[in-house]
Design a protein around this ligand. Structure first.
Ligand SMILES: Cc1ncc(COP(=O)(O)O)c(C=O)c1O
Length: 363
């Protein structure tokens, strides 16, 4: 029995490694902005992973972690708490291994993500409040004698942050032949906090001067946790930028690795997504818009100081996952977002306006 279990685990790991071997790295896309002639902006396009987002990397690592810890066997039901993207990627890997998968998600999760989870053979359990996902995932895993993958606790520890093709190593390799190979800033956002933990650790490990900025949406606790150095804070309103912004300071969020945080109004994130559609000729997800606003703010400060250099951020997922929200004018209207104001402000900044994009925060 033990030998059979061990053989299945070995074969499962081999299947994941073969899947990795078939995959290519994601592109690093430059976005020339004439208003910033001395500053180069790049997007690491994580939407091109087979399961459509940056969470493909995390899902692979969580599955390998569970297999190597002896928590996943041939008959294990995998369970996860997610705002959608991680669940899509885990459903992809669950199908690869022939395991049942249950995603526990807020009812507001985009129908496109729900459809993708079903496409990979997973099932969905919906909760009314984002803060409920943890308890329900724990309960369902226990009822089914399954394994709760628990991205919010494990994201920071399942990734090999020193190297092994993590996102940070890939960025620095792909930047090697650029005019400013060492970025002045890396800009990401936080759901689990895993991406920012990997980037922050890698910067220290490689002794790079590059600083890490994390962009946080309106309804999220991360900015206040970082600012006030308090992990016990909570936020009751659900985030409108899917994938980022959390009600609690997730265990994988490591504020001590973050040099700067920017609180981005949701209306600005959505306007940024619309502007990026024009600039990149493609649709990106909301968190990419949030990060773009933070990147522009930093670039504007660099320009004001006469600095040259590069800034690298991510395309976390594709806008195709948000046809019912970000790209639906009725949804935008319901949220009372003033998109014309923000599109105008972004346009002015891109044209060389020296005024800051975001008002300084008093908190
Ligand atoms: C669209 C999107 N952007 C950004 C993130 C943040 O990534 P992390 O969980 O590594 O903090 C997520 C996480 O789910 C996401 O789905």
């Amino acid at each position: 029995m033990r030998a059979a279990q061990r053989l299945w685990v070995a074969q499962a790991i081999e299947r994941i490694e073969a899947d990795f071997q078939r995959s290519a790295d994601t592109h690093l896309i430059p976005l020339p902005l004439p208003g910033f002639p001395s500053i180069d902006l790049y997007f690491k396009d994580e939407s091109t992973h087979p399961s459509g987002s940056l969470k493909h990397r995390l899902a692979r690592s969580l599955l390998l972690f569970g297999l190597c810890n002896g928590d996943i066997h041939a008959d294990t039901t995998l369970v996860e708490a997610s705002s959608g993207n991680t669940a899509v990627s885990e459903a992809y890997f669950a199908r690869l291994l022939g395991l049942p998968f249950v995603a526990v998600m807020p009812r507001t999760t985009s129908p496109e993500k729900v459809r993708a989870i079903h496409f990979y053979g997973g099932s969905c359990h919906f909760v009314e409040s984002p803060a409920q996902v943890y308890a329900d995932a724990t309960r369902i895993a226990s009822e089914r004698k399954g394994h709760y993958l628990d991205q919010f606790s494990n994201a920071e520890r399942v990734t090999d942050w020193r190297s092994n093709n993590n996102i940070a190593e890939a960025i620095f390799q792909q930047m090697q032949r650029e005019p400013h190979p060492l970025p002045r800033w890396l800009v990401c956002s936080a759901g689990t906090g895993g991406t920012s933990a990997t980037l922050g650790r890698y910067l220290r490990y490689r002794r790079h001067d590059t600083e890490l900025c994390v962009a946080d949406p309106e309804h999220s606790v991360f900015y206040a946790c970082w600012q006030q150095q308090r992990r016990t804070l909570t936020c009751t309103e659900p985030s409108r930028i899917e994938g980022i912004g959390r009600p609690r300071c997730e265990p994988s969020f490591m504020p001590q690795l973050i040099d700067h945080m920017v609180k981005v109004p949701d209306a600005a994130s959505v306007a940024a997504v619309r502007e990026l559609e024009r600039l990149l000729d493609r649709r990106v997800g909301g968190s990419t818009g949030t990060q773009f606003i933070a990147a522009l703010e930093l670039m504007q400060q660099m320009r004001a100081r006469g600095e040259t250099g590069s800034v690298v951020t991510l395309i976390c997922d594709s806008g195709e996952r948000y046809a019912h929200t970000l790209f639906n004018d009725d949804w935008v209207h319901q949220q009372a977002f003033d998109l014309p104001h923000w599109c105008q402000r972004i346009g002015q900044l891109l044209a060389g306006d020296a005024a800051p994009l975001l008002a300084p925060r008093g908190d």
